[in-house]
Design a binder for this molecule. Structure first.
Ligand code: SAM
Ligand code: SF4
Length: 335
């Protein structure tokens, strides 16, 4: 990762929030079908509508020149996109970018951990909802726990700083909360618990019934460990706690119980090139159209991005009792 470079300008939205973080969804496809994220049968974006990896790298460059210092590659499962390492290499060499990070389900890490590290990725978030093969398979529908554990081990050996991401569903995996934290402590990983968000219609379960709040998780953990609040902020939804005498931090991402919009610092790009200004709203602009109408013209692209700051909404509200108002599934949004 290159340092400093030409620091240019800062993106500021209509509410004065600085936007310095973008999440790029490189594909909506996935080798898993997690029950909270997707339907069992999904139709995916036709390949010809996807941005090419070169187009994504070009958009990443424009954001870096506009002062964005952190890029997260996500999806769908980003590591199932062919030749995705090339994108990491291109983004990893951008001047001004401080952090290039990845969110993955871990299934391809045994193969790709080393090249990712070489491309300049230092931190990885790996999703892990269960340590029991049968439960893991029920939640992911098709995932194999052994493959993911091998991927986690490969990532550890490659020298990544690792955070686990865990979605807790009542009566599915809530009894594993302490086991998962112990797993993290034993390996010096961090772990974040995420409240399920109502993105897309899913047939598997009733989201209100499966809701298990961050406060409940905290209460479960405090029976065993003390959790010391940290002042750390990622400018996002996570609240972090340290577990004394360990190197592990526990985070809580609580879109229901703690709204996090007032200090939002991020935007998202879908795999079709739609720039989403808010996770829980539909305000967006079509960057694919911009770059295909003006190939190679980074100034026009940067101006479109600057203009989009005027439509970033103030925030969103999720209501578990009502049907989702956002029909995009998380794999499209880029979690
Ligand atoms: N496939 C990769 C993975 O699973 O890590 C990256 C994409 S996935 C959409 C990113 C994160 O979103 C995962 O940690 C997943 O658990 C989380 N996620 C998916 N659907 C969600 C939902 N409806 N509510 C909350 N988190 C969700
Ligand atoms: Fe795939 Fe990640 Fe969604 Fe699970 S959460 S279905 S691994 S994109």
């Amino acid at each position: 990762m290159q340092q400093a470079g030409r620091q240019t300008e800062t993106l500021v939205d209509q509410f004065g929030r600085t936007i310095n973080y973008i999440r790029l969804s490189v594909t909506d496809r996935c080798d898993f079908r997690c029950v909270y994220c997707m339907e069992e049968e999904m139709s995916f974006v036709p390949r010809e509508q996807l941005l090419s990896l070169e187009e994504m790298a070009f958009i990443g460059k424009a954001f870096a020149e506009l002062g964005v210092s952190k890029i997260r590659i996500t999806g769908g499962e980003p590591l199932v996109r062919q030749n995705v390492i090339k994108l990491f290499q291109d983004l990893g060499s951008l001047p001004g970018l401080r952090e290039l990070v990845l969110t993955t389900n871990g299934s391809q890490l045994a193969r790709l951990a080393a090249p990712l590290r070489q491309a300049g990725v230092a931190r990885i978030n790996i999703s892990l909802d269960s340590l029991q093969s049968d439960k893991f398979q029920q939640i992911t529908r098709v995932g194999e726990l052994d493959k993911v554990l091998a991927g986690i081990q490969a990532a550890k050996e490659a020298g990544f700083r690792i955070k686990l991401n865990t979605v807790i569903l009542k009566n599915r995996n809530h009894e594993e909360i302490t086991d998962l934290v112990r797993f993290a402590i034993d390996r010096n990983f961090d772990i974040s618990f995420i409240e399920e968000m109502p993105l897309g219609i899913i047939g598997d379960h009733d989201r209100a019934e499966a809701y298990y709040s961050s406060d409940q998780i905290r209460t479960d953990l405090e029976k065993i460990w003390s959790l010391i609040p940290t002042t750390e902020s990622t400018g996002g939804p996570s609240k972090y706690f340290r577990i004394p005498e360990t190197r592990t931090k526990v985070g809580f991402i609580s879109p229901h119980s703690h709204n996090f919009c007032h200090d939002c610092n991020r935007v998202r790009l879908t795999c079709e090139g739609r720039l989403l200004l808010c996770l829980g709203q539909e305000h967006s602009i079509d960057l694919r159209q911009v770059i295909r109408s003006h190939p190679g013209d980074i100034d026009i692209l940067k101006q479109a991005i600057r203009d989009s700051m005027q439509i970033k909404p103030k925030g969103h509200d999720f209501n578990l009792q009502e049907k989702p108002i956002i029909f995009r599934h998380m794999n499209v949004t880029g979690g």
